[in-house]
Ligand binder design. Structure first.
Ligand code: ADP
Ligand code: ZN
Length: 524
């Protein structure tokens, strides 16, 4: 029998699924070939299966490192329900339970062993690990949420750094690292810190096809719109708010309007939080109103809607938080309510930060969030460009694609813009490029003698806002790049040159340009 049908058979036998999700089969084949792996897959992509199935096929025990005890228990419980030989060892067990599980493991009756990182590397545990390796064999170390090794990620955990010890102690055991965090920095950090050897790297598309993305202006009566949205939706959902106070307020209003809702934020006791979360997961309550404290490790596959009632801090957070919808692959809705009043609040918070560099980065991230909200390109194109993924648009599953605005050919303007970036030697941000295009007389222009450039003043016919709109659209469409150090320096790429050589055309939505021209005329 070919490996093809064998793997499908194993999938059906152990998990009852008919088909692999995109990427899973390839990853599993690599896992079976004893290589180190680095797997980057969006939340809900089906990472777990990529180590669970090979664990069942391979000889010995696969040791799974997972940062959250609750998550660990959920996964093990779900596996055991499917008849999979999985167990966990953590501080929630008494010594009798621990010992009997250990014996079970040494008898070769366990295929997947979940352990918290701090326990795994403890002096007491390592001899036991030696014993497992000796008696039944360790087939792999699967490191879940591997971005926790990186200070650049959003959940740095120092104990993850020590996992390299496993690599040194068990040189013949492959390490498989899994994460949903996509930036290059974090990826490289994972490889370094875990000592991965020539890993096979899989970067799944971050496109979550089943999610419908939309942005709505947050008007005066936004609460009424929120209520209507929830009433019109099926199933359960999450409403994210910026502050605890707002969470309490919205929960109260929803309850008053006969929506079954509970709050979740860091101001509640641990017990209240756990209780509310459990009730949400069990469908006792339909809506969780929460701050960002709610989310990581919550495994509820059938969340049908995620509503951001306030603007999130950055696009990555938005992607992760909205991504808690539809993990089961069914159609779900992600709505963002956007207002400039909220932007002002976030700006205020950013200005409280003590470090200038931190402020700069936070402001750039906020800018990207605003660009997303105001953007007229496909929402997916904008989101995925943030992760360095090019997506051509026309997804038919976002507000901008379903209700498109007519577009206008702006190739000539794009050529002017990009040439100006080139003439300024790719060392400046958008504001300065636009000043040069519009022939402004600024100190910076005088300082760099940019009034002598051939592109100086060639864009007087368009307003600052119009150029900005074009600039943003070029960024979203991947025809231009921007540094992420907080300075947002514009850089050209291969596609920019194609535009400048007239090998590629550029369109931007026409309503935007008309509206803005009108605005400017009025302002004169
Ligand atoms: P994550 O990548 O976020 O860890 P999970 O591993 O929890 O994602 O998978 C998300 C959901 O998709 C789970 O409910 C899981 O059972 C389901 N799933 C994973 N692989 C498949 C598959 N091949 N067919 C159907 N459902 C799958
Ligand atoms: Zn779209």
């Amino acid at each position: 029998m070919s490996q093809y049908s064998q793997l499908e058979k194993a999938l059906k036998y152990h998990f009852g699924y008919e088909n692999f999700r995109p990427g899973q089969r390839e990853i599993i084949e690599n896992a079976l070939s004893n290589r180190d792996l680095l797997i980057i897959m969006p939340t809900g992509g089906g990472k777990s299966l990529c180590f669970q199935l090979p664990a069942l096929i391979k000889k010995g025990v696969t040791v799974v490192v997972s940062p959250l005890i609750a998550l660990m228990q959920d996964q093990v419980e779900a596996l055991r329900k499917n008849g999979v030989a999985a167990t966990f060892l953590n501080s929630s067990l008494n010594s009798y339970q621990t010992r009997s599980r250990e014996q079970y493991i040494l008898q070769g009756k366990v295929k997947l062993l979940y352990v918290a990182p701090e326990r795994l590397i403890s002096d007491r545990f390592l001899p036991f690990l030696d014993l497992i390796h000796h008696q039944v064999g360790i087939s792999a170390f699967a490191i879940d949420e591997a971005h926790c090794v990186s200070e650049w990620g959003h959940d740095f955990r120092p104990e993850y750094r020590q996992l390299i010890l496993l690599r040194k102690r068990y040189t013949d055991v492959p390490t498989w690292a899994f994460t949903a965090t996509a930036t290059d920095r974090v990826r490289n950090d994972i490889i370094q810190q875990l000592g991965l050897k020539d890993p096979s790297i899989h970067i799944a598309s971050f496109n979550r096809q089943n999610l419908y993305y939309e942005v709505r202006p947050k008007k005066k009566n936004a609460y009424a719109e929120l209520l209507e949205l929830i009433r019109d939706s099926e199933g359960s959902g999450i409403v994210y708010c910026l502050t605890r106070k707002k969470v309490d307020e919205i929960t109260f209003k929803l309850q008053h309007d006969k929506i079954s809702a509970l709050p979740y934020h860091a101001g509640l006791t641990d017990e209240e939080r756990t209780q509310n979360q459990t009730r949400f997961i069990r469908d006792d309550v339909r809506v969780m109103v929460a701050t960002i404290a709610f989310g990581m490790g919550i495994n509820k596959p059938d969340v049908r809607f995620v509503i951001h009632f306030d603007i999130p801090r950055n696009l990555e957070s938005y992607y992760q938080e909205s991504g808690r919808a539809g993990r089961d692959g069914e159609a779900s809705r992600c709505t963002l309510f956007f207002s400039y009043a909220d932007v002002k609040i976030i700006e205020f918070l950013i200005n409280q930060k003590s470090e200038a560099q931190e402020q700069l980065i936070a402001k750039q991230q906020l800018r990207q969030m605003i660009d997303y909200a105001e953007g007229t390109d496909c929402r997916r194109t904008i989101q995925l460009s943030y992760f360095g993924e090019r997506f051509l648009g026309n997804c038919d599953n976002c507000d901008n694609c379903r209700y498109p605005k007519p577009v206008q050919d702006w190739t000539l303007e794009a050529m002017k813009f990009l040439s100006c970036v080139a003439r300024c030697k790719e060392k400046f941000g958008m504001g300065h490029i636009i000043d040069v295009l519009r022939g402004a007389k600024t100190q910076k222009i005088a300082q760099y003698e940019h009034e002598k450039l051939s592109t100086y003043g060639i864009g007087k016919d368009k307003s600052v806002e119009e150029w900005r709109m074009l600039g943003r659209s070029l960024l979203h469409q991947g025809l231009l790049e921007q540094s992420t150090d907080g300075y947002a320096v514009l850089k050209l790429n291969a596609l920019s040159w194609e535009v400048m050589r007239r090998q590629r055309t550029v369109s931007i939505p026409v309503t935007v340009t008309q509206k803005l021209t009108w605005n400017e005329d009025n302002a004169k």
